[in-house]
Design a protein around this ligand. Structure first.
Ligand SMILES: [Zn+2]
Length: 68
């Protein structure tokens, strides 16, 4: 009984994490608006590093989401 319950909790916890990873990954593929040239051209270079394709400025922001 105890074993079964902990197993069920584990799978639920795992599903939650998988959903978060999917959400985060979708955000990394999104282009964001550049505060400098106002164009939608900010792309994720690496974790926490974002770059505008138009004016080549690099920004330090969130690991999975661009925000200033
Ligand atoms: Zn720009």
């Amino acid at each position: 009984m105890t074993k079964k319950m902990s197993g069920r909790f584990g799978s639920r916890y795992g599903k939650r994490i998988r959903q978060n990873v999917l959400k985060a990954k979708a955000k990394t593929n999104t282009l964001y608006k550049c505060p400098s040239c106002s164009r939608i051209a900010i792309k994720r270079l690496a974790s926490g590093i974002w770059k505008c394709k138009k004016c080549d400025i690099k920004y330090a922001s969130g690991a999975y989401e661009f925000k200033l």
